[in-house]
Design a protein around this ligand. Structure first.
Ligand code: 13P
Ligand code: SF4
Length: 340
């Protein structure tokens, strides 16, 4: 195996083992805790956020968990540490509250791929379309849809879709393909993708599996089919963490954004997590730190979290009609998700 062209980056080498105690009590963290109390704020963070943000958050989770937390919070201010569409979802569920985010430019390639006008034009071509949108889209797109899904509930929601409708799934083609495989429901798929997840490729995965034959491979469904087909489990970021906790294996190759390793190591200290190599590692032998990072998720820093709380800006604001219309498909998602 020694002739392999790369060394798989381990979480240790990438310095994800930031001890919680150190991050929680820095002066900056203390400032954030004081602002939180003063504002009656809640800090919600996605699993891909940098460790120091995860460590000051009240809740860290996947898109579904974050939407559920946003729906039930009593806080006056929601500090959303993730990307823009996630903060918008929190605002749609809480039109009367202040929702701030550390960096207003934290977008998403999936959101970018699906402008509302283009979706509307496609919808007009078939009046029998029932539109299912992955939560990674703008509020304007949500307002055009029948139901929203996340990677954590897409299978359940598509199974519950009306049988007499033609399903249109936007904007992630890879997640859509995976849901079609799981449910057997044909769907028209929008051709969007996550620029970060499509960097994982079959050749690099095969080499990784050969090198670490005992490791379980856990893949996010935004990845290409050629990679999903090599997985022991395909699931949302939250379910990835649960899978690694419950599975008896001691070593896991994680095929998603590397920020998730922080929680995995905190919650499973006796297990080893390896960030899957991306295409770049294959092109640049010897460069072993090219794990996949989402440039949008990584725009947020602890300083920006403090600043958005101090300034109550950047703030999510949406037109009244979008707020109203986009709420329906999100509420439908939360209702179907809660069914046993
Ligand atoms: P999860 O809902 O699985 O956390 O995924 C969000 C996301 O943006 C993945 O790239
Ligand atoms: Fe969007 Fe991909 Fe980043 Fe997730 S990882 S926020 S899908 S660009």
């Amino acid at each position: 195996m020694n002739d392999l062209p790369f060394v798989l980056p381990t979480a240790d080498r990438l310095q994800f083992r930031a001890p919680m105690s150190r991050e929680r009590f820095t002066p900056l963290a203390a400032e954030i805790y004081a602002l939180k109390k003063q504002l009656n704020a809640v800090i919600l963070a996605h699993n891909y956020q940098v460790p120091e943000i995860q460590d000051v958050a009240d809740y860290v989770g996947d898109s579904l968990g974050l939407a559920q937390q946003a729906e039930k919070t009593n806080a006056d201010v929601i500090v959303f540490c993730g990307v823009h569409f996630m903060a918008e979802t929190a605002k749609i569920l809480n039109p009367g509250k202040i929702v701030v985010l550390p960096d207003a430019n934290a977008g998403c390639s999936l959101e970018e791929s699906c402008p509302a006008e283009k979706l509307e034009a496609l919808q007009k071509t078939n009046p029998n379309f029932w539109t299912i949108a992955y939560i990674n889209c703008s509020a304007a797109v949500k307002a055009l849809c029948d139901v929203i899904v996340t990677s954590g509930n897409a299978e359940k929601i598509v199974k519950a879709a009306p049988k007499d409708k033609d399903l249109l799934f936007v904007p992630d083609e890879n997640l859509g393909q995976w849901v079609m495989e799981k449910t057997g429901r044909p769907m028209t798929l929008w051709k969007g993708n996550c620029y970060a997840h499509v960097e994982f490729r079959r050749d690099a995965m095969l080499q990784t599996k050969a090198r670490y034959p005992k490791a379980k491979v856990v893949v996010h469904p935004e990845s290409l089919r050629e990679v999903r087909d090599l997985a022991d489990a395909v699931c949302s970021t939250e379910k990835m963490i649960t899978y690694c906790k419950n599975d008896p294996a001691k070593q896991f190759v994680i095929v998603t954004e590397s920020g998730i390793i922080h929680r995995m190591q905190k919650e499973c200290p006796d297990k080893e997590f390896l960030c899957a190599p991306t295409f770049d590692v294959m092109k640049m032998p010897g460069d072993n730190c090219r794990c996949s990072e989402c440039k949008f998720m990584k725009m947020n820093t602890l300083e920006k979290v403090r600043d958005c709380m101090k300034n109550l800006a950047p703030r999510v604001e949406l037109p009244e009609h979008i707020l109203k219309r986009a709420r329906l498909p999100i509420e439908r998602m939360l209702e179907i998700s809660a069914r046993s």
